[in-house]
Design a protein around this ligand. Structure first.
Ligand SMILES: Nc1nc2c(ncn2[C@@H]2O[C@H](COP(=O)(O)OP(=O)(O)OP(=O)(O)O)[C@@H](O)[C@H]2O)c(=O)[nH]1
Ligand SMILES: [Mg+2]
Length: 329
């Protein structure tokens, strides 16, 4: 049976592995990240609004260090993305937490239209409030999306643009930022370029509103050069902010299993036996009440089989938050 001390022993191993990888120059902090980090810091004062994108499963650990000392809180909103993978009750708790910290929080799933629509309305309302408060007569508002790698900045930028450009009646062709399950996909702040000390908008400015015109600026994910905190390392690796392969997969799997053991969640999955007959009978039992015809029954079985692993994975990821609530974040 796993104990908290087993978990901390494994996290120590993980942090040693991460430190080793970082010091061998094979870490996450490459030339692109260093350059992007400087470029973002330089541009932060120039944008009208900063949207810090965090991972809703680890809203504290996915804080972007660059923004920690960013003084103009009124210019910043905290967007917790991937709420579909997080525990909904925990997300509500985090919303309250951020409000108490005088941050403006919002939870979103960038793959869900209604959720993105909600965020779009929220952003447009924030922009209107900003213009009113500053007596802003500008016709163009720029919002910079900032965050650690893989939290979904580009996915969110695309979804907001896809939806926002319709109401903005933008004539140009639909643009899109590259999205990838691997961290470090976005390498440049491609929508701004400097000529003679002045930043000019380039091709990839994603419009999401008009009157005033609102443009999104996607940026590369940024992490500190070195991470000393073992817990933080483990969470970033598990949620995909640090790329697979830097840590020995065996250690990561052991850490993951330890979390499951500690949280007692595994008991819920005892019914998902590897024995196919038992799995089928469980599925049949679940669906028999709601399905009348044999054909429907077969289709439903197929559907549930296809999604069984998704359900399990989502449940597993949901345990990260309750477990981490016990730890120092
Ligand atoms: N389940 C889920 N997945 C998401 C969501 N948003 C983004 N993703 C996925 O997360 C992964 C990373 O998304 P990106 O948009 O490339 O992340 P990023 O923050 O731009 O990453 P970098 O460019 O490396 O900094 C992709 O596989 C997306 O499909 C979400 O709300 N829910
Ligand atoms: Mg990106």
């Amino acid at each position: 049976m796993a104990t908290a001390s087993t978990a901390s022993r494994i996290t120590r191993k993980i942090v040693i592995a991460v430190k080793k990888a970082a010091s061998r120059n094979k870490g996450w902090y490459d030339f692109h990240m260093a350059a992007a980090s400087g470029a973002i810091a330089q541009r932060l004062p120039l944008v009208d609004l900063v949207a810090e994108i965090r991972d809703a499963r680890i809203p504290l650990s996915s804080e972007n260090e660059l923004l920690r000392d960013f003084p103009a809180l009124s210019k910043r909103i905290v967007v917790m993305n991937k709420i579909d993978l997080a525990d909904q009750t925990q997300v509500k708790g985090w919303m309250r937490y951020f409000e108490q910290q005088n941050c403006i929080p919002y939870g979103v799933n960038s793959h869900n239209k209604d959720s993105v629509k909600g965020l779009l309305n929220f952003i447009q309302a924030q922009v209107r409030g900003l213009c009113k408060a500053n007596h802003h007569a500008s016709e163009t508002i720029t919002i910079m999306l900032v965050g650690i790698p893989n939290v979904g900045k580009s996915a969110l930028a695309n979804s907001l643009h896809q939806m926002g450009r319709i109401s903005a009646a933008e004539k140009g062709r639909l643009k899109h930022a590259t999205v990838s399950p691997q961290p470090g996909e976005t390498k440049d702040i491609s929508s701004f370029k400097q000529y003679n000390g002045v930043f000019h908008a380039q091709h990839l400015h994603l419009q999401i509103g008009s009157h005033p015109n609102i443009y999104l600026l996607d940026t590369p994910g940024i992490l500190p050069r070195m991470i000393h905190d073992a817990e933080l390392c483990s969470k970033l690796v598990l949620t995909g902010a640090i790329r697979d392969g830097l840590i020995e997969q065996k250690e990561l799997a052991r850490y993951f299993l330890t979390i499951l053991n500690l949280s007692d969640q595994y008991k819920k999955w005892a019914k998902f036996s590897t024995n196919e007959d038992r799995l089928l009978s469980f599925i049949e039992h679940k669906v028999e009440d709601s399905i009348s015809s044999k054909l429907e029954m077969r289709q439903k079985k197929q559907h549930m089989m296809d999604h069984t692993q998704d359900l399990i994975v989502n449940d597993v990821r949901g345990t990260l938050i309750p477990f981490h609530a016990l730890m120092v974040i």
